[in-house]
Design a binder for this molecule. Structure first.
Ligand SMILES: C=C(O[C@H]1C=CC=C(C(=O)O)[C@@H]1O)C(=O)O
Length: 357
């Protein structure tokens, strides 16, 4: 059991347990690379919704903007030092072949559609269900311990459910008129001691995200800079990332969020065609997977820190549904895309005690 000696942390865990018992909403999280843990607690069971991102609290938004974004109101905020030490999770979880044919068929259909010329990229995903033997607070503790460079979170609303994850992707950070975001895409498994060698498929896949972010932000910002592409590690995976910064013109938070979400890291290019392909071919509802979550004017007015909900799962009655996807382009190979989703599923599976059903 990690961090048993840390008193503040144990108090936070007790508080989480009592919120579950009393059915009170909360979000607890640690931002990437930071040493501070934050808990945002709401004192009643009301579902607060934010339609235009003007409120204050912790926002939890679905992939589909037609569904409501939920705001956990900050009736109580706790901050404490995140316990140490932190280590990468051993990559030892067994992956299953269930759903292989259906996923590969879906990818093959996407490649065919892309070859017709109008759709350029689409992110296709799937859900896998496992029985879990740990409580959510134990799972959260494992995420904190093993994913120091991710936004690790546990989120609960009695009328919505329990979600947790360790996402490598920032949707946006705003402080005053300064905006930061990233374009993240492409995946390779980590081989310890080796640097990743990227192919043209991965480089193009990430470029499409950079181009999209550049185009979307150019009308809303000044001094837009897209940094050079670098390899970043997320657990046992590598991704390609460019950091983006800009100065905001006079825009509402609603306009900025809607300009970026959903990026081609989770949807595709062109957006409407990709959305349509996803709606027709993925045979489940993403709900909050590939949505976004984070602080909305929580620490100060006009300070927003949002992350894309990836490498995540929802837990109910001892069952976890894990969500994984990948970007499909004309150069995609269905078998490799299947393996990529299996590798992504390990981010959650590696920290779970679980059984396939
Ligand atoms: C959609 C996911 O990852 C995105 C983020 C990084 C790399 C991705 C990729 O290689 O396809 C995806 O765009 C997921 O983890 O479910």
């Amino acid at each position: 059991m990690p961090f048993p000696e840390n008193k503040d942390f144990q108090q936070l865990i007790s508080k989480i347990k009592s919120c579950f018992e009393q059915g009170l909403p909360f979000a607890v999280y640690r931002k990437p690379g930071e040493a501070e843990l934050t808990g945002v607690f709401q004192s009643n069971q009301v579902i607060h919704r934010t339609e235009n991102f003007v409120g204050q609290g912790f926002v939890f938004a679905p992939y589909d903007f037609n569904d409501d974004a939920i705001l956990i109101q900050a009736d109580e905020v706790l901050k404490l030092a995140c316990p140490q030490p932190l280590t990468h999770a051993p990559n030892r979880a067994k992956v299953s072949n269930d759903g292989r044919n259906a996923h590969m068929d879906m990818v093959a259909r996407a490649v065919k559609e892309i070859q017709k010329g109008s759709l350029k990229k689409v992110v296709l995903s799937r859900k896998l269900d496992v029985k879990v033997y740990q409580e959510p607070d134990v799972i959260f503790t494992q995420l904190l311990r093993h994913y120091p460079d991710a936004l690790c979170y546990l989120w609960f609303h009695p009328k919505v459910g329990t979600w947790c994850g360790a996402t490598p992707e920032t949707l946006l950070k705003v402080k005053g008129n300064q905006l930061r975001t990233m374009s993240l895409a492409a995946t390779m498994s980590v081989r310890e001691g080796e640097e990743p060698k990227w192919g043209s498929k991965e480089i193009e896949e990430q470029e499409m995200v950079s181009d999209y972010v550049r185009e979307r932000l150019s009308i809303l910002t000044d001094k837009l800079e897209v940094g050079k592409v670098q390899s970043v590690r997320a657990g046992n995976l590598w991704h390609l990332k460019s950091e983006v910064k800009a100065t905001l013109l006079k825009n509402s938070m609603d306009q900025i969020i809607k300009a970026l979400h959903p990026t081609p890291a989770v949807c595709g290019v062109p957006v409407l065609e990709a959305k349509d392909f996803i709606a027709k071919h993925e045979n489940y509802k993403r709900t909050y997977y590939t949505g976004f979550l984070g602080e909305l004017n929580l620490c100060a007015q006009d300070e927003v820190s949002l992350f894309v909900n990836l490498r995540c799962m929802t837990i109910q009655n001892g069952m976890a549904s894990i969500f994984v996807g990948g970007g499909i382009t004309a150069a995609s190979n269905p078998e490799s895309e299947w393996i990529e989703t299996q590798n992504k599923s390990r981010t959650m599976l590696n920290i779970l005690e679980f059984e396939y059903q």
